[in-house]
Design a protein around this ligand. Structure first.
Ligand SMILES: Cc1cc2nc3c(=O)[nH]c(=O)nc-3n(C[C@H](O)[C@H](O)[C@H](O)COP(=O)(O)OP(=O)(O)OC[C@H]3O[C@@H](n4cnc5c(N)ncnc54)[C@H](O)[C@@H]3O)c2cc1C
Length: 409
């Protein structure tokens, strides 16, 4: 059978996972990035079981996770430090937190090793359902399949009139790496809510930890740069030692939701944030992109008629993606829109809900999804919990997680 070809638009995480997988399955694969250099913005990233299985399948796990923290628990606490939710992990239900740069470099190196052609300064201006792509420099290319992975503000999504709606929401977020201190917890994510403000502490590498802050877009003081540390200490006094370490070389982003009317037309498929951007409430957007890309590559490789195959692919993958996006949306709604006067009620409601099996399953459905093409079982050298266990500073879960909540709670 003739080797089939795929042109991928956008070398973010979704595009690069697609490039790795299509090349691995024997496709002639080219990826286009509008920027002159491949670079990744952001600090750390939550990679759940679904994403880890994806990385294992495409052979990028070891490099991507070389300095990742193995997370044992995700906690949500309210502004008074009260525990609202705990989400423990397990060896077959993992959450690892690598620096984004490591993940990105592993995907680039994996793509190069698999023979993917990477074109930088290559801005796609138009894709067409027949599988053709036009570039800013006037060049035209044709392929069996075009994968649009050009991010939440995708211009090529509109070439097939894909957008249903974009919700810019009410929240902005900022990410930063801060210097690690010996007292920092190394295996527990702690997310603090105070009204509409949120601070998320993430153990990341030996030298750095990762902080995410979110605030209402119209709170100009909260989203000042340099960060107004006094304001954030006022909101989260028990996290003062972290807040004093905030660094300023970062930016505030809108936390957008993108819903598509369709993810495909003819020989064009839309993936990643271009298809289903969602606010980073569950840490599952990229993981969801990975499982969709895995399914796309498997199904397209099997299916002779690509337009029909893409239709089946969308039908197959939409339910899990829509679910993750829906859950993330409501999580953001409860955080960002809840009336301040009823905050105690929110704490009670969330803590009661978080103990139900319905919530547990719904929260984790995407994270536990087994990507298509994953053969099952890890390669023996990929010891899943090896990374942090080799770290002499690693603390066991159950030791007091940092920062300690106020003792009166
Ligand atoms: C604060 C924050 C925290 C997050 N944390 C997590 C997390 O912990 N876990 C998780 O799973 N997800 C997380 N996410 C979501 C995750 O970052 C995204 O889902 C993921 O990075 C999207 O990747 P992408 O490749 O679809 O898009 P992008 O990363 O936006 O990549 C698109 C690429 O396409 C290029 N491009 C754009 N237009 C063109 C064009 N016309 N021609 C050629 N190239 C083009 C761009 O330059 C870019 O390189 C987070 C998001 C945010 C904002």
């Amino acid at each position: 059978m003739k080797q089939r070809s795929v042109e991928i638009i956008g070398a973010g995480l979704a595009g690069l996972v697609a490039a790795n997988r299509f090349a691995q399955l024997g496709w002639k694969t080219r990826i286009h990035e509008r920027n002159a250099e491949l670079r990744m913005f952001g600090a750390g990233i939550w990679i759940w079981e679904s994403g880890l299985k994806t990385l294992e399948t495409i052979g990028c796990f070891d490099q991507a996770m070389k300095s990742a923290r193995v997370i044992k628990e995700w906690q949500i606490r309210d502004g008074r430090g009260r525990l609202l939710m705990t989400r423990p992990t397990a060896p077959d239900d993992r959450l690892l937190l690598p620096p984004r740069a490591d993940l990105y470099q592993a995907l680039i190196d994996g793509a190069i090793q698999k023979g993917v052609s990477i074109e930088t300064s290559s801005l796609a201006t138009m894709v067409a359902p027949d599988g053709s792509v036009t570039f800013e420099n006037g060049a035209h290319l044709a392929a069996d399949l075009v994968v649009v992975a050009d991010g939440a503000y995708s211009r090529n999504r509109e070439a097939i009139l894909g957008t249903q709606w974009i919700d810019f929401g009410n929240e902005a977020g900022i990410r930063m790496l801060i210097d690690a201190m010996p007292e920092d917890n190394l295996d527990t994510l702690v997310e603090y809510w105070n009204g509409k403000w949120r601070m998320l502490y993430n153990p990341c590498t030996d030298g750095k930890n990762y902080i995410f802050l979110s605030a209402p877009v119209d709170d100009l003081r909260a989203r000042r740069i340099p960060i107004d540390t006094e304001l954030w200490i006022e909101k989260f006094p028990f996290a003062e030692s972290l807040i004093r370490r905030f660094q300023v070389d970062s930016r505030w982003d809108r936390l957008v939701n993108v819903k598509c009317r369709t993810w495909r037309e003819g020989h064009v498929a839309i993936v990643g944030d271009a298809a289903h951007a969602m606010p980073p409430n569950l840490g599952q957007a990229a993981n969801t992109a990975f499982i969709n890309v895995m399914a796309l590559a498997s199904m397209a490789t099997e299916g002779a008629d690509l337009p029909q195959t893409l239709e089946r692919w969308e039908r197959h993958q939409r339910p899990i993606s829509d679910h993750v996006q829906w859950f993330s949306y409501w999580y953001g709604y409860v955080l960002g829109k809840w009336p301040s006067a009823l905050e105690l009620l929110r704490s009670d409601a969330v803590s009661a809900l978080a103990r139900t099996s319905w919530f547990e399953e719904a929260l984790n459905r995407g994270a536990r999804h087994v990507p298509m093409g994953f053969e099952g079982g890890r390669a023996p050298h990929l010891a899943p919990l090896s990374v942090a266990h080799q770290n002499p500073n690693h603390r066991q879960s159950g030791d007091s997680p940092w920062p300690t909540p106020p003792s009166n709670i």
